[in-house]
Design a protein around this ligand. Structure first.
Ligand SMILES: [Zn+2]
Length: 482
């Protein structure tokens, strides 16, 4: 199977039109960087992505994608259709006809954060320059290269700029896509573009569940009402009880053989890892008062869905037991109560070793002379992976750092290797017959993209010297939340 995937990729890469697409990527770094700069200059805080979404939709239109529109969640979609006649479905037995290529448009930065992107040589500095300016730029670049080369894929390739990946967004953009039956039934493979790099592939989705625990009571004076139960003490007791479960949780570091949603696969899963943390704690109003409330926010994570559920049960048990213990012998009007609210949910999942998308990625990497490094992370790919849809999250080439800080940067040097990797994988997934007899689709339409664009970006900050930071020594950490 590896050999056939490798020969398939070699065959695709040898086609004239694919050569033209790859050459476009190589020659247009400055154009791609300009799109990236313009895009990251537009604020896109969680739940307020509409201005950036409008810009992305206009870019998709300009690139000649079909059916460009925004959905109810605020996602922007554009389609590269197969040339008519629609490819014979019999040629793709059992393969639904959509390859989804997505990049999240939201950032972690509040709307008032100054963005002011600065380009110095090949290096772009701005909050969100890399995460996910790099992924969005790759969407535009791949669409432009395919359109330029008039490649007619055999599947529909859907380009998606999605909302709600970061933090409290809780993957709502991708969640919305998979909640639509017409997408859910037709997506054969999903490639998520997130951040920089060209060797990392996230194939295991780190699941997380987040909870806000609220303990309330009657409150009172610290001396005269000292017998009343104290919410902060009860919450602390719950934390201690959960911590005492650490021993049973650590057993989850043993190898497990779960298939985790991928029916029909029975390969052994790698080791699972399960963690929990309390991130914030607050409550009380005065040093000499028994508090009326205590609140804690818990972050539970696991590579294994069953482990995550087990941990959630342990959290509920710890809080309930702590409150019951605190209320023992207490009159009813002074008892503590508690509530536990789910404030985040990212499902776990994993790609089987023999998944077609992974075999093709390995073949593409071999073709390009790249290592393939598999990682675990929390990305938009969590949703399809948990549903058993073949999905991978890849870096979009180049290098980046300072992720989720205002000092974030992206360096476009060597980006075209990462872009070639994405383009070849998309075409392999689409089982593309690039040199089909179909007429090219308005081949002159993208002529303006071919104008040499030297000078335009290097003049952007004419007074600044090129920084010579050795970006190779600063790889993006893919294990971080992307
Ligand atoms: Zn990201």
């Amino acid at each position: 199977m590896i050999t056939s995937a490798f020969s398939q990729v070699g065959q695709i890469a040898s086609q004239r039109s694919v050569h033209a697409a790859l050459a476009w990527l190589h020659l247009h770094e400055q154009q791609i960087m300009r799109w990236q700069l313009e895009c990251v200059a537009i604020p896109a805080p969680p739940f307020a992505e509409s201005a950036r979404a409008a810009w992305i939709a206009a870019r998709f239109e300009a690139l000649g994608l079909a059916d460009v529109h925004q959905d109810e969640a605020g996602n922007v979609l554009g389609v590269l259709n197969p040339a008519p006649p629609i490819a014979d479905p019999a040629a793709l037995p059992g393969q639904p006809p959509v390859i989804l290529l997505s990049a999240h448009m939201d950032t972690v930065f509040p709307g008032h954060t100054p963005l002011d992107p600065v380009l110095t040589g090949t290096r772009l500095r701005a909050p969100g320059a890399c995460d996910n300016g790099a992924g969005l730029a790759a969407l535009f670049a791949v669409a432009a290269a395919l359109r330029h080369a008039a490649i007619a894929p055999r599947c529909r390739i859907v380009f998606l700029g999605n909302v709600g990946e970061e933090g409290e967004g809780d993957l709502r953009g991708i969640r919305h896509i998979y909640a639509q039956p017409h997408w859910r039934a037709n997506i054969a493979a999903h490639l998520v573009l997130d951040g920089a790099g060209q060797t990392i592939a996230v194939t295991e989705a780190l699941g997380s569940r987040r909870f806000e625990v609220l303990v309330t009571g009657a409150g009172g004076h610290s001396w005269t009402d000292a017998a009343r139960p104290n919410p902060i003490v009860a919450l602390s007791e719950a934390i201690t009880r959960l911590r005492s479960k650490q021993t049973s949780l650590s057993s989850s570091a043993e190898p497990a053989a779960k298939t985790n949603g991928h029916k029909g696969r029975d390969h052994a899963r790698p080791k699972t890892r399960t963690t929990w943390s309390i991130g914030t704690i607050e409550g009380g109003s005065s040093v000499n008062a028994i508090p009326a409330t205590a609140t804690g926010r818990f972050d539970l994570r696991s590579t294994d869905a069953a482990e995550l559920l087990h941990l959630e049960v342990e959290l509920h048990r710890a809080v309930e037991d702590a409150v019951i213990a605190a209320n023992r012998g207490c009159p009813a009007e002074h008892t503590l109560r508690f509530s536990i609210r789910n404030i985040g949910d990212r499902p776990a999942g994993a790609l089987p070793e023999d998944a077609r998308i992974l075999l093709l990625l390995r073949a593409v990497d071999r073709h390009l002379g790249l290592r393939t490094e598999l990682r675990t992370a929390s990305t938009d790919a969590n949703i399809p992976l948990a549903l058993g849809v073949e999905a991978i999250s890849l870096g979009a080439g180049g290098a980046g750092g300072g992720i989720h800080t205002t000092a974030e940067w992206f360096d476009g040097r060597g980006r075209d290797v990462g872009l070639r990797r994405i383009l070849l994988l998309v075409l392999a997934l689409a089982n593309c017959d690039a040199d089909s007899p179909h007429e090219p689709d308005e081949p002159g339409h993208l002529d303006h993209l071919d104008e040499p664009d030297e000078d335009q970006l290097s003049n952007h900050n004419p007074g600044h010297a090129v920084e010579n930071t050795p970006t190779d020594s600063l790889p993006q950490d893919p294990a971080a939340e992307l």
